[in-house]
Structure formats: C-alpha cells, structure tokens
Ligand binder design. Structure first.
Ligand SMILES: [Fe+2]
Ligand SMILES: [Fe+2]
Length: 266
C-alpha cells in the first residue's frame, strides 16, 4: 500500500479545435465537474487558436476556467506570441522530445488535495517532426518523475497508431496513463493494460463534429478533390467534447478508463 494518498480522477480532453472547441469545453466543464468530480483537468489545446496553435490570451482563459495543465503538439509554434509564455509558464507543455533549443518544456507536476500528477507531452517520431526519440525521452522523464509524482499522465501526440500502441506497452506499469492525441478521431480501444496503465490510441477532439477533423468540411473536401492549397478554417457546427476519465487509487496505476463523447450543443 502507498504511504501517500493516491486517489485521483483525471479528466483528459482531446485537441480543442478553434473557438467551437474552446466554447464547447468552457460550456461543458462545470457540468463535467459536477458529474465526474475530476481531481485534475488536462487538455490538449494545440488547435485552439483558429485551428493552429494557441495564444497567451486563450491559455489564460483556459487556466482561469480551472484547467490544470495544457498539452500541445505539432502546432505548438504556430503563434509567435506564445513562445515566451511557453518558457514562463509551468503548466503549458510542448512535446518533451523537441530540441532543447525550442521554446518551452515538456513536463510538469501539479498537486491537488495532496496528490501529485506528473504530466508529460510527447510527440511521435513517425511522420512527425520531433528532434529526439519519444521512447528515450519517456524513459528519462519517468525516472525523473517517479518519486516526484504519485501519478504520471503521458499525452502521446502522434500520427501512427502503431507508435502510440507501442508507447502504451513500453510504459505499461511505469505510468498511470498513456493517452493518444493528434488524429482527432476517437478510437475504441480504451483499456487498462496488464501492468495497470490506462491506455487509448486517440481520445478524439473537442470541437465541431460537422467538419473534417474540426476544419470546415467544404474547404477540406475542396483541398482533397483539387489537390491544391486551400486556407483551412475551423468549423462551428455540432460541437462535441471528447476525452477520457481515468480513475486511479494506487500510485502509477489506473483502476479504470472511461471514454467520454459528449455533445456540447449550445
Ligand atoms: Fe490536433
Ligand atoms: Fe497535432
């Protein structure tokens, strides 16, 4: 038995896309808090600013709404104004396996009610631009955070399902949860792995479902049909909040992972 209390309920929501995603989360969070009683709220917000990146104003708004940690991904640097913010604020993360010279950092520890949650953001290396290996970086961060945190949540932001599944197996028993983001489509494989790590390949996105991955569908389809550049903008219709609730009672182990697919229509 642990000497420290390790009861934690972790709400993690997938990529917020545009203002529809931001509004869907902000509108739904109070009722989610009531119903799910999360100890920690962690969200991926790499697409929240017009579909690409995040601004300091939006990050401030999400933190003010009670979000504990924001994770990002390949769109981390789309807005220049966020660079100093990434260096200055502990609770917003870009992938840890980016180059050290790139702005920001990739892990943090937050404490609520005596329970410490370590959060790690990683980028896949397959079909993605990440300067260093996600797997080697994960080893180092798990070593560093074990003892400094009761739980570790890893946001594995990756394109290839194989790489995300591999990361789940690689970290099974060493972290509380490995959750996938980036592909914006929720997968049906949420489960507790044999050594106690909660895993899902993609939690989905928080944004307009009347879209192609959160982007206006006419524009996305036009780009696919014509094979020509099209300026993509976020869609608005049929907003949903997509994520998971992970419940844990023992350090670095999950009891359950529940998929959340919630209509957030105004
Ligand atoms: Fe995304
Ligand atoms: Fe992404």
């Amino acid at each position: 038995m642990a000497l420290v209390p390790a009861d934690a309920r972790i709400l993690f929501c997938g990529d917020l896309v545009g203002s529809a995603g931001r509004r869907a989360l902000l509108r739904t969070l109070p009722s989610l808090r009531e119903r799910l009683d999360p100890t920690f709220v962690v969200i991926n917000a790499e697409n929240v600013a017009g579909g690409f990146g995040i601004t300091p104003e939006i990050a401030d708004e999400l933190f003010a709404a009670g979000v504990d940690v924001i994770t990002l991904g390949n769109h981390s640097y789309r807005r220049r104004e966020i660079y100093p913010y990434l260096d200055q604020h502990d609770r917003i993360l870009r992938p840890a396996n980016y180059l050290h010279a790139q702005p920001g950092h990739g892990h943090t520890v937050v404490e609520r009610g005596g329970v410490r949650l370590g959060v790690v953001n990683l980028s896949g290396n397959l079909f993605m631009n990440a300067g260093r290996s996600a797997f080697i970086e994960a080893d180092g961060l798990v070593d560093r955070l074990t003892g400094a945190a009761d739980h570790i949540l890893v946001d594995m932001h990756a394109e290839a399902t194989s790489e995300k599944v591999g990361m789940g197996w690689y970290l099974d028993g060493r972290v509380t949860a490995v959750v996938g983001t980036h592909t914006h489509v929720p997968t049906a494989d949420a489960r507790i792995l044999p050594r106690g790590t909660a895993y899902i390949t993609d939690v989905g996105m928080t944004g307009a479902r009347d879209s192609v991955l959160g982007v206006k569908r006419e524009l996305a389809v036009q780009s696919l049909v014509t094979q020509m550049p099209v300026r993509l903008v976020p869609a608005e219709g049929d907003p949903w909040v997509q994520g998971v609730l992970i419940i844990a009672s023992q350090p670095m182990r999950a009891d359950s992972i529940e998929q959340l697919l919630i209509s957030a229509a105004p």
